[in-house]
Every structure is written in structure tokens, then in C-alpha cells.
Design a protein around this ligand. Structure first.
Ligand SMILES: N[C@@H](CCC(=O)N[C@@H](CS)C(=O)NCC(=O)O)C(=O)O
Length: 217
């Protein structure tokens, strides 16, 4: 059985959502952050990185699998259980866009928001070049996302894919930690409403973070 170890208010919400979109059987284990926002010791013990997401899977031959890193976990679940759903293949016209937006999410976008969050926590002056670069890059990325979503309903094109699952955490739950304004980006906001209307997203958030305000606007 596949087990999703979900740390509250964390990037593992993607994995709960993915499993709900696929409609596959999985166990969900919930963990809460400590007062310092770190994962609890039992979560840290799951994997050497000790960061969410982590999945375990005892249905593989040759011993139990423990896997971390959002992109790897999403690819693993799609490859092993997805039966071709939620990701276009290399022959599909949407393939390159799918790859780009899937990897943009944690390769560029989430680190950009983290950079702004760290600068704020360190109370770095706004005119510090590192802060300015961070803020400028984040604005550039949001504008790029908004332009993309002006032209297509979903990031890979016409169809919802895992490339849509990857960046939503950074645009929603992450804003509990690093607030930023999405009102200048109407196409991102419209896409978040399409996300919010998905029953699988609603189920995932209800199961994983019941009671958490969903920052979809
Ligand atoms: N690139 C990693 C980032 C993992 C990560 O930073 N997870 C955070 C939650 S959003 C975490 O586990 N924080 C708890 C801690 O630092 O102890 C991934 O996507 O899996």
C-alpha cells in the first residue's frame, strides 16, 4: 500500500491532491508542525532529509520504498499508479509545456518565494540588492504565470495535468508564511478558482488540512 505522510500546511498537500485526482487507494498519515515550524521527530525519522513530502510504499518488490522530494514523488506515483493520467507523453504537443511548468514550480518559483520569506524574517532592508533581486524575480515569475494562464486554461495547455498541481502550494498555503498579493494577476486568480472547483482538490484539502483557510484569492 502507498502511504502519504502529510505534514500539515506543507508541500505534501500536492501528494494528497494527486492521489485524490487519480482516485487510487492510499493511506494518509497526518503530522503537525512543531512550534518552530519544523516537522516532528517522527517525520524527520522517515527520510534523511526529514522534509515533506515523504511517501512509503510496501507494494514494491525488494523491500519498502521511502521516497521524498515533491517532483520525484509525483513522477513516481504517476508512473507506478497513474495509468497515463495527468501527464502528456513525449508525442503529445503539450509535452514540453508540461515539463516546463512542472519543473518551474519547485525549480524556480518556490525558491523565489522562500528567498523573499527569508529576507523578511532577517528584516533585510528593502534596498539590499539580494532583496531587490528576489522581489523583482518573484514579480517576473508571477507575470509570466499570469500571461500563460491568459492564453490557456491549464499550465500544460487544454488539459489539467500534474503541472497544475505542482505550483498551487506556493500560490496558496505558502502565503500563510510569506504573504504576497495576487490581485495584479487576474489570470492566476481565475485558474485558482478552477483549481478550487475540482472535487479532488477539495477532498485533499479537507483530509490533509481540515480547517485551514485556503488562500485562493
Ligand atoms: N524541495 C522539497 C522541499 C521540501 C520542504 O522544504 N518541505 C517543508 C514543508 S513545505 C518541510 O518539510 N518543512 C519542515 C521542516 O523544515 O522541518 C520538496 O519539494 O520535497
Amino acid at each position: 500500500m502507498l502511504t502519504v505522510h502529510h505534514l500539515g500546511k506543507s508541500q505534501s498537500e500536492r501528494i494528497v491532491w494527486l492521489c485524490e485526482e487519480l482516485g487510487i487507494p492510499y493511506d494518509l498519515k497526518l503530522y503537525q508542525r512543531q512550534p518552530n515550524f519544523q516537522a516532528p521527530a517522527e517525520y524527520k525519522a522517515l527520510h534523511p532529509m526529514g522534509l515533506a513530502p515523504v511517501i512509503t510504499d510496501n507494494s514494491v518488490t525488494g523491500g519498502d520504498l521511502v521516497l521524498a522530494e515533491s517532483g520525484a514523488v509525483v513522477d513516481y506515483i504517476l508512473g507506478r499508479y497513474g495509468k497515463g493520467a495527468l501527464r502528456p507523453g513525449p508525442e503529445d504537443a503539450a509535452f514540453a509545456d508540461y515539463l516546463y511548468w512542472f519543473h518551474f514550480a519547485n525549480g524556480s518559483f518556490q525558491p523565489a518565494v522562500m528567498r523573499v520569506l527569508i529576507a523578511r524574517r532577517l528584516e533585510a532592508p528593502a534596498e539590499h540588492p539580494a532583496v531587490q533581486i528576489g522581489v523583482t524575480r518573484l514579480g517576473m515569475m508571477l507575470a509570466m504565470l499570469d500571461t500563460r494562464l491568459r492564453d490557456v486554461p491549464w499550465l500544460a495547455g487544454a488539459a489539467f495535468t500534474a503541472a497544475d498541481i505542482m505550483p498551487v502550494f506556493t500560490l496558496t498555503t505558502m502565503r500563510h508564511y510569506a504573504p504576497y498579493d495576487l490581485t495584479p494577476y487576474p489570470n492566476i486568480l481565475a485558474w485558482l478558482q478552477r483549481v478550487a472547483a475540482r472535487p479532488a482538490y477539495q477532498r485533499a484539502m479537507q483530509k490533509g488540512d481540515p480547517g485551514m483557510e485556503l488562500l485562493l484569492g
